[in-house]
Each structure stands twice: as C-alpha cells, then as structure tokens.
Design a binder for this molecule. Sequence first.
Ligand SMILES: [Zn+2]
Length: 485
Amino acid sequence: MEFDTVIHGGTLVTASETSKGDIGIRDGRIVALAESLPGGERRIDAGGRLVMPGGIEAHAHIAQESSSGIMGADDYLSGSISAAFGGNSSFIPFAAQHRGQSIDDVIATYDQRAARSVIDYSYHLIVTDPTAEVLEDQLPRAFKRGITSFKVFMTYDMMNIGDGGMLDILTVARAHGAITMVHAENNDMIKWMNKRLAAADLTEPKYHAISRPELAEEEAINRAVSLAKLVDAPLFIVHVSTAGGAAIVQREKLAGTRLFAETCPQYLALTREKLDQPGMEGAKFVCSPPLRDAETQEALWRHVQAGTFESVSSDHAPYRFDDTGKFMNGRDTPYPKIANGMPGIAARLPYLFSEGVVKGRISLNEFVALSSTNAAKTFGVTKKGGLAPGMDADIAIWNPEVTRNTTLADQHDNMDYTPFEGMELTGVPEIVLNRGAIIVEHGELKCQEGQGRFVPRAPVDLGKGRGYLAKELDPVRNFGARIAP
Ligand SMILES: [Zn+2]
C-alpha cells in the first residue's frame, strides 16, 4: 500500500488508548495504523513525540461583528493560523445573525469570510431573531447544509431572545437533530447591578466582575436546563464559570438530562484580581461571564476531572487593547462599555496540556477527549477527533518536554496582548496536519490561505426523550419530523 505520508515511531494517543506505532496517510485520510509501516512519500519522524487527533476548537469568535457593530481582530486567515499554532486541525466558530438578518444571508456572508481559513471549519449559528420564517424555513435549510448547532443568548439586550424564544428554538432544533447552545446569565440581574453600580459611580474595570454575580449564571443555567427539559431537547451550556453552575450540570447529567457543557482556560487560569489593576489594564480581562476567584478555579478543575465538561474551549473573542477593540467607546469608558472578550485560541491546548496532563490532573486520554474527541461527537463531526482508518488525517504531533513562557508572538493572532502572557507551560504542538497537509511545522506556517474546507456535520444523536413534553405536542415521537442522518 502506498502512502503520501507516514508518521513514524510516535506514541499514538486517542481518547481511549495509548500505543506505539505508525500512521499511514493517503488522500487526506488515515488509511493504516500499525506497529511499523514502510514507505511514504514523506516520512515524519515522531520519536519521543505524542501523536494525537488535532484539536477541534468548538468556541471561537472569528470575523464576527458584535451586536454593537465592531469587528473582532481575527479574520478566518489569522484566526485559523493562530488555532493551528495552538494544536488545532479544525474549528467551529460562530456565524452570527443580528436582528433583521436572514439566516441564508448570514451563512453566505460567513462562507465568504471563511474561504480564507487554513484549517477545516463549520459554524454554530447564533440566532437572535427567531421569526416564523427563521424557525420554519431558514433554520431547516441551515440544518440541511450540515449546520447542526446554534447558540442563543439569555443576556445582552440586542441578543437575548427570552424564554419563549428559547423554547421555540429548542423545539425546532430537536425536530431536526440539532443541538442548542446557550450563554446563560440572567439579563435583568446584570442590568440591575449595572444601574446600582453606575449610581454609586463604581465604573472601573474591576466592577465588571461584581456586576455579573455567580448567581446570575447559576439562575440562568437552571432556567435553561428547565426549558430544554420541558421540550425534551438536548442543550449545551457554553463557558461555565461557576461552581454552582457546574454542579447543576453534573446533577442533571446524573438525572439523565441530555446536557453538555464546557469551561474555558481563563476560568481555570485567571482570577478577577486581573481586573483590578492600575489604569485601564483590567480592560484586557473583561469577558462574560467574568473571571471568578481561586476557590472557583479549584472547583472547576475538579469538575473537569469528574467529567462534568465535554470540552475545554477557548471562547477566543479578540478585541485589541486600542480604539478598534476594547476602547471602541473611548479610553476611560465605564466597564459596561468596554468590549467583552479575550483571545486564547492558541493558548487553549498548551494550557490544558501543561496544567492538566503535566501537573497530573488529567490523563493524556482525557486531554484528547477534552480537546478534540468530545467536540467531534457532540457536534456531529464524524470524520475527526480520532486516529483510525477512514478518519481525516487531522493530527497534532506534540513535544511533551519543551517548556516555554507564553508570549504574544507565540499566539500568531492579530492581537496586541495575550491574557496568558508570561505563563510557563510545558508541551508544545510541533507539527499540525489538516487532512494530511502540514499546516504548521516547528513554528512555521507551511500552507496556503484557503486550505481549509467547510465540514457538513451530522445531526446529533437525539437519544431517548425523558418524556416531559406532552406527547400531543411532540413532533419527534409522533409526527416523524426528524430528519434521518
Ligand atoms: Zn463566546
């Protein structure tokens, strides 16, 4: 058998197994796994290295306008390059509908933007305007194209769709085999806090954390789960940042609810003290939900270890520390007007590897599950997230021994800061492949713009409903509306 590429002599790690061996690649796919494989037009020596499924970044904001109209700093070229330098072979950023836009137009716009990507991609649709047309025609069309997940917001006045809107979307999603993702924070609690803090003239960056209390997330997660249960729909809670929120997820999973969740490196690595710095330095650390305290970090790590979270995702939301980003409303702006979000697409996996695997909190196999395999399963990416014949040759080869201090230059994004600056991390992704093509190799970009392709995704496995929804109203179990995979 002839191979385009053979990866030779590495330690192969999947979500379930660790073994020594070679990988044979042809036409962008893995075609053979064996103790030793001959030949290969190109042979990559992976002695002393870990050979793992390339990361799948399931939460990133790339070439996306915020609801207030500012564009993030990374487009699909810089964002995908940064992702690849961080060990990712594919990613699923958001395609965001703003009110009044049709979903078809949104997808067409993002198709143009994403054509520059150097790694494979799909989108989660953000839905902010669930009109009858959107629910009945446009979302079903998006599903048929293989966009099988979308996100709704319980906060932000321009995005939040209310409980009734969520029930509508959850119901459509379930009928088509899609999964609904939710940013869960209580909008009214936060607005009330903002008003009180403003009245007391407490508007420096550090008050951002105080304005969005843990209770606001816990209440909203509980409500989101209740809404999803009412209509028997699967639900994915993004960026869980509180111990109370994680405990709800864990409890509901145990009760059989079709619930999925992620947390992010910033909630494991950074605390709200970062917001309390001289001048406006704290603006770099304004993200929502906000950074919490050291006790919460410990609790979240324990939930990572206990399997509460499917994934650790970056929530890469790149707003530069200048007037195009953080300070779009001026330098000395009160905290509610600072752009929300921080970058981290390249730092996600080096952080998780170093603080997780190297420090002994998680196994190598758990690292692969949290970085790649679970995202593939949850979001219907059927050909990625594993090392097996027939899978895409999306592979990251890591040197587990190298230690380096995190720098902005290592991130390869369009940002002017990294929130992880100076953090000492062990383990570096040295070579990253997407469908058999080398994307980055030893710190150098090796591919052309546009190497990435759109990945149509499969419907999610609906599993068994728990039977909360009145059967007269249940299209899945009574009217056969489910689309076959
Ligand atoms: Zn986000």
